[in-house]
Design a protein around this ligand. Structure first.
Ligand SMILES: NC(=O)C[C@H](N)C(=O)O
Length: 327
């Protein structure tokens, strides 16, 4: 019989509004989440612990790094077959992606949460937890890396993103799709990831990697300002194939000269970067300025990978090699 350990971190799934229309605040323990389950789980044994009851928008990299270490420790126990993490949906894709990068065990790690809090009659929390537990207990999830189970779908942490601010079917994997389903208690895993998972072992995550979303005519001084105020790495969420407004190539070259790597990701939800365009701050001139392209890795996840790499002391060559492997 499978044994799953649940780690609760807060978010809407662990929240209620104390008064009608009042603020929704996190605070429910792991045990109370488990006691709200309606699904009998067909004999899967579940243990639980409360890690931190906060909205996911309030978590920081050090906390999520500690969470990943805790997941690894729990999975090292031979009697545990998988872990479920309950988490707010706002940054769930980020914590799940960090677990994907940092947790070396091949046992299943499944994140889930809710869009409707525990105080409303149609909360989606209990169903999502039950389905996450079933997925974590499924041998076909072995070796897939961290995943998100939500509203009956299974998504790889490598590809998934929160797509809708409030709907219960919020998670999608643009350009890739779900990897499976949980349907009437049955878990179906249809496919693996396209790129092999690589495990990183940093001693910490670099907390000073910034993400700059570019808009039409954005000012390059914003990149320079980030470096001047202590950014140790910057990810530009750039246009299309990885192009930026005029002046960014020069600012990127300066950043690099000051020891701050600049990674260029695309702000498009699908597709990958490729240095094609010349002229001031087209992809080719950014490449000449020494930026590193993120390929198909979305900006938010490129920032996390850079925080991992800088946290393990990687130099520019190793950072470029790691992003090149992302495809
Ligand atoms: N649905 C949610 O969980 C959103 C919440 N604001 C959080 O991420 O903590």
């Amino acid at each position: 019989m499978a044994r799953i350990h649940l780690i609760a971190t807060g978010g809407t799934i662990a929240s209620r509004a104390e008064t009608q229309g009042g603020p929704v605040t996190a605070g429910l323990s792991a045990q109370s989440l488990l006691s709200g389950l309606h699904d009998p789980l067909d004999g899967i044994e579940v243990s639980a612990e409360s890690f931190q009851a906060k909205g996911s928008y309030a978590l920081d990299l050090a906390t999520v790094f500690a969470l990943c270490q805790r997941i690894e420790t729990v999975l090292s126990a031979p009697e545990i077959d998988g872990v479920v993490v309950t988490h707010g949906t706002d940054t769930m894709e980020e914590s799940a992606y960090l677990a994907y990068l940092l947790v070396g065990s091949d046992k299943p790690v499944v994140f889930t949460g809710a869009q409707r809090h525990a105080g409303v009659a149609d909360t989606d929390g209990p169903r999502n937890i039950a389905e996450a537990i079933r997925a974590a207990a499924c041998p076909a999830m072995t070796g897939m890396g961290a995943a998100i189970v939500f509203e009956g779908e299974i998504h790889s942490a490598r590809h998934v993103t929160k797509f809708h601010a409030s709907r219960v079917d919020t998670f999608r994997s643009p350009g890739f799709g779900k990897i499976g389903d949980v349907d009437e208690g049955q878990v179906y895993v249809a496919r693996a990831n396209a790129t092999p998972r690589r495990i990183y072992r940093p001693e910490r995550l670099d907390p000073a990697v910034e993400l700059v979303l570019l808009g039409l005519g954005s000012r390059p001084s914003y990149l320079s300002w980030a470096v001047e105020t202590g950014a140790t790495g910057v990810v530009l969420a750039a246009f299309g194939r990885g192009n930026a407004p005029e002046g960014f190539a020069q600012a990127a070259a300066q950043a690099r000269a000051q020891g701050c790597p600049v990674v260029v990701a695309t702000r498009c939800p699908e597709g990958r970067t490729l240095p094609v365009y010349g002229n001031d701050s087209g992809g080719r001139s950014l490449e000449d300025a020494g930026v590193i392209f993120a390929g198909a890795l979305p900006p938010v996840k490129a920032r996390l990978l850079l925080a991992v790499l800088l946290g393990q002391g990687a130099d520019l060559v190793r950072i470029a090699a790691a992003f090149a492997q992302e495809g």
